[in-house]
Write a protein that binds this ligand. Structure first.
Ligand code: SF4
Length: 958
């Protein structure tokens, strides 16, 4: 099928239709010969397996897009190709605007990472670009001021601190969310001109261990492979990665590859069963922290079973003998004993070893489950060792592959945004310092590493760092021992926060707030997990007086006297300088070389297509795989085996009898500042929760669905209990996202110890000792409100946006009258309808303003509430009759309306109750559910949950 789009109504319609078809069938449709320009689009679809469904989709989208086109009064659509600001997959996003009207975003079919697909987070991006909660103006001590005043104040304070206490008394803590150009300017300012390496980033919490593991093994921080390798592998090992939720499009690419080649095997190595396990041929739910033991044991087994690549070991590597010896020394001789130490079944362990030994095309993907550990670097090297020993690196479908969590963690580590890097993959050797000094013509280049995140905040607390600038991150939530970080900031002489959001835990601790441009307003580049540099392009005017981070940093640098070195007018100039630095005296000695991208005009920079680095004379179109030439960046040019003595994490049982793991949920991102703006994202998982094994729950008298207090001597949090056998006994899982803005007490960081990896400084976020106990409440319930109410004065509350109203889950032991008074103070002019039975702690309040529903507050001693979804829908009513008001107070629809329950498919808003009904009516597969309800047919993120619901509903029925 060929479609020509010449910007006519039909052309635009067909383009939109094709985009939706790609989203619907991305996993099974092959697209070739695609070219997209602003005036002429040509798509050729050469194969699809779903013609019948295609007809259905065509019908569905025809009317939607035709209507959209007609209502846009002949204005010309502007199309922007940009990148998603969430995870490290780095998907391309296409944004269409007709005047001021933003259409739903779609996946960029040209982008190599996603080829048109988007997960539910990415496809909700257009719902998150409002100005609610945005930081719009510079403020000092809470008072609005001008940019000039605030920048002068920041520069003056920096100058005074440097003068009085030296350059190491100032620090910047940045984020994997900022763009490469922002990072470059921050790094140049700190390490070139201020003369301190105290620039660290929240990427320290993400993949710092992988960086060190790469450098130890390859002599450079090089990701050897590419996403295509994950599809080409015959054995794909996912270690410490819930890719289905944390890297959904990558997971879907793997799932599609497996569907196309069912013989492809997937092994999931993770203490808990997750949505990713749905794809696994073999799940190894090993003891937390025992990954290095597993891969050491694998190395021994490969050696014992003559499954090594001796040619590669001899010709292209060093250190094998001592590495094998160390592995033998710390691995039990008997497989049975080894399996016991790992907490695995012996047969499963042997199966894994046999599959690895017999499969040349093996890819090992590792992520935060490996990195966020007190031995994360060793774990990474244990994985890489197994690949080097079998020569599986630099080949199609055969590589170790570290996946980054954040959208631009890679860009940050490329420019040198970690405290233990200097710049552009150069560290602190004398020749490297000299080279960077000459390139930057910098007066004061740092000559040694700075403080890593935990050390940095400790130095703030000690008073050694007196000026701290936090850029685009929320350490009061994400850092270990987060309340200690809060205490540190309270002691700092000046805390500057530049952020796009006004009301985070960290902005509340700042003296100076600088409004930063956000996604859609920013212009620059990011690098994803496969080294692919993509443009993030602006399509919106900055909110209020917000400015790009690079501009803010350059303005401060100029005020510090470095006008010439920071006289940037456009991010293209920064990218040009950065790319020239990567090529400066490189001569093939450094992996990072973007010299082929230097000298771009602004137009060329604007038009830059996604490219995998390096881009230089040898690889003018970029390079898919490193080490295909067996040449590494070590002095000998050989890969290095690293001897690993496998060590389990130190016991945390002095902190509590349970081990707490932390991680992401499907539809939220980091500290929710963006994803909480989307009602459909907020509805998938409404509350922070604790996953706990039934045996532990029984022992601790925890009840499924009731509240639990998770605590240790550092703090306590309140969460909803979820009893599940996916969790190993003795261990719990808690999501990382909820902050003080969104919940009364759910910042998991307050519980976590400061233990970290000795080489990378990456904190151990997945192994914390805690206790769990029931948190009894006199009443629980919910509030729905037309207006955002902020914090609710009760023990437990969680905020979540609904379609048309704000929602709160609440619970507590306060007198109900207190809650009633508070609610009525929110709407003093409302007409109130009330029902109150003190014996059952049952209270129902309705507020009507201008004939419309303004607030619903339902509580009961056992959390019995009304028909939630129906109540939410009543906020759209423009005028309520007496009968309807009575029905509202009863919490039930008048007749025949059912509550569809918790939203499972966020794309189509399909709830759990509706899905279970369909299963009971005969849908026995995710495909059948998709055909009946459409759930799971867009981004596919919910398919693992659909399968779990099918299983669960069937077991209920049998
Ligand atoms: Fe964005 Fe990651 Fe989803 Fe892609 S997979 S759309 S980068 S969140």
């Amino acid at each position: 099928m060929a479609i020509q789009n010449d910007q006519t109504a039909v052309g635009i319609f067909l383009e939109c239709l094709l985009s939706e078809i790609c989203r619907r069938f991305g996993s099974t449709m092959c697209i070739a010969g695609t070219s997209v320009g602003t005036a002429h689009h040509c798509f050729t679809v050469v194969q699809t397996e779903h013609w019948r469904s295609l007809t259905y989709v065509s019908g569905r989208f025809f009317f939607a897009y035709w209507k959209a086109f007609m209502t846009q009064t002949h204005s010309t659509a502007s199309i922007t190709h940009t990148t998603c600001p969430y995870c490290g997959v780095g998907c391309g996003v296409t944004v269409r605007q007709h005047g001021n009207v933003l259409s739903p975003v779609s996946g960029d079919i040209q982008h190599p990472a996603n080829a048109g697909r988007l997960c539910v987070k990415g496809s909700s991006l257009h719902e998150t670009v409002d100005q609610i909660d945005r930081l719009l103006y510079p403020t000092v001590l809470g008072k609005r001021t001008s940019w000039d005043n605030s920048l002068n104040l920041v520069a003056d304070k920096m100058q005074q601190v440097i003068h009085d206490h030296g350059p190491d008394a100032v620090a910047i803590y940045a984020a994997g969310q900022i763009l490469t150009e922002d990072y470059y300017v921050a790094n140049k300012l700190m390490k070139g001109f201020i003369g301190s390496s105290n620039l660290d980033t929240n990427s320290r919490l993400c993949m710092a261990s992988a960086v060190v593991a790469h450098k130890r093994a390859f002599g450079s921080d090089t990701v050897p492979g590419c996403y295509d390798d994950l599809e080409e592998a015959d054995l794909l090992i996912l270690v410490g990665s819930n890719a289905a939720w944390a890297h959904p499009i990558l997971f879907q690419r793997i799932a599609a590859a497996k569907q196309a080649r069912p013989e492809m095997k997937v092994v999931v190595i993770d203490p808990r069963r997750t949505a990713t396990s749905d794809l696994a041929d073999l799940q190894l739910s090993l003891r937390p922290g025992s990954d290095a033991l597993l891969f050491n044991a694998l190395l021994c087994w490969l050696s014992d079973h003559d499954a090594l690549d001796h040619d590669f070991i001899q010709q292209h590597s060093e250190g094998f003998a001592s590495t094998l010896q160390a592995a033998h020394d710390s691995t039990p001789d008997s497989l049975q004993e080894c399996a016991q130490q790992l907490g695995l079944d012996k047969h499963d362990l042997e199966t894994f070893f046999q599959w690895f030994a017999s499969t040349a095309k093996t890819v090992s993907v590792f992520s935060q489950g490996i990195n966020q550990s007190s031995s994360g670097v060793d774990k990474g090297n244990a994985i890489i060792n197994a690949h080097l020993a079998t020569g599986r690196i630099g080949k199609p479908g055969a590589t170790p592959f570290s996946v980054t969590g954040q959208p631009n963690a890679m860009g940050g580590r490329e420019v040198g945004g970690l405290a233990n890097q200097l710049a552009a993959h150069m560290d602190f050797s004398a020749p490297e310092v000299d080279r960077v000094r000459r390139f930057w013509q910098a007066p004061n280049v740092a000559t040694r590493p700075g403080l890593k995140a935990i050390e940095l905040f400790d130095a703030v607390k000690r008073g050694d760092i007196k000026f701290l600038w936090i850029i685009s991150t929320n350490p009061l939530v994400s850092m270990p021992d987060a309340d200690d970080v809060k205490a540190a900031l309270a002691r700092c002489e000046l805390v500057v926060v530049s952020d796009c959001m006004a009301n985070t835990d960290t902005t509340a601790a700042a003296h100076v707030l600088l409004p930063a441009a956000s996604w859609g307003e920013k212009n620059g580049t990011v690098t994803n997990s496969e080294r692919c540099i993509s443009r993030q392009r602006s399509f919106l005017s900055p909110a209020g007086e917000a400015k790009p981070d690079w501009w803010i940093l350059a303005q401060v640098a100029q005020r510090l006297g470095f006008e010439k070195a920071f006289d940037y007018q456009h991010p293209a100039e920064i990218f040009d300088e950065y790319s020239r630095l990567t090529g400066f005296e490189n001569n093939g000695e450094r992996d990072l070389d973007l010299s082929g991208l230097s000298g771009l005009s602004r137009d060329q920079y604007d038009a830059m297509a996604p490219t995998q680095w390096p881009v230089n004379r040898q690889y003018p179109q970029g390079r898919k795989r490193f080490f295909d030439d067996q040449r590494f960046y070590t002095p000998s040019q050989k890969a290095q085996f690293i001897a690993i003595t496998a060590a389990l994490p130190a016991s945390r049982h002095q902190d509590g009898s349970l081990i707490m793991n932390t991680g992401r949920v499907r539809d939220h991102w980091h500290t929710m500042t963006r994803t909480a703006k989307s009602a459909r994202l907020a509805q998938h998982i409404r509350e922070p929760y604790v996953d706990i094994h039934p045996d532990d729950a029984k022992r601790l008298t925890l009840v499924d669905g009731a509240l639990a207090r998770i605590s240790n001597h550092r703090g306590k949090i309140l969460l909803r209990t979820n009893i599940t056998t996916n969790q190993r006994a003795g261990e719990i899982f808690v999501p990382m996202h909820w902050t003080s803005r969104y919940a009364s007490a759910a910042r998991m960081g307050v519980l976590i110890d400061k233990s970290c990896d000795p080489f990378s400084g990456q904190p151990e976020l997945k192994y914390t000792g805690v206790e769990a106990e029931p948190f009894p409440t006199a009443w629980q319930g919910m509030i729905l409100s037309r207006h955002d109410l902020g914090a609710v004065p009760c023990d437990y509350w969680v905020y979540g946006l609904n379609d048309g109203c704000h929602g709160y889950e609440i619970g507590g032991n306060q007198p109900l009258e207190q809650i009633q008074d508070w609610a009525q103070q929110q709407l003093p002019d409302a007409e109130w309808l009330t029902l109150h039975d003190p014996d059952t702690q049952h209270m129902r309040l309705l507020a009507i303003v201008d004939q419309q529903l303004a607030l619903v507050l339902f509580v009961h001693q056992d959390q019995a509430i009304g028909t939630r979804q129906w109540l939410v829908e009543q906020f759209a009513q423009t005028s309520l009759t007496i009968t309807e008001r009575k029905a509202l107070l009863a919490g039930r629809p008048l007749e025949g309306v059912v509550d569809q329950g918790r939203i499972v498919c966020s794309c189509f808003g399909i709830g759990e109750n509706t899905i279970r009904d369909a299963i009971r009516s005969g849908c026995h597969s995710a495909d059948q559910l998709g055909d009946t309800l459409k759930c799971g047919t867009n981004c596919g993120s919910c398919v693992p949950e659909l399968k779990a619901l099918i299983q669960d509903t069937h077991s209920e029925c049998s």
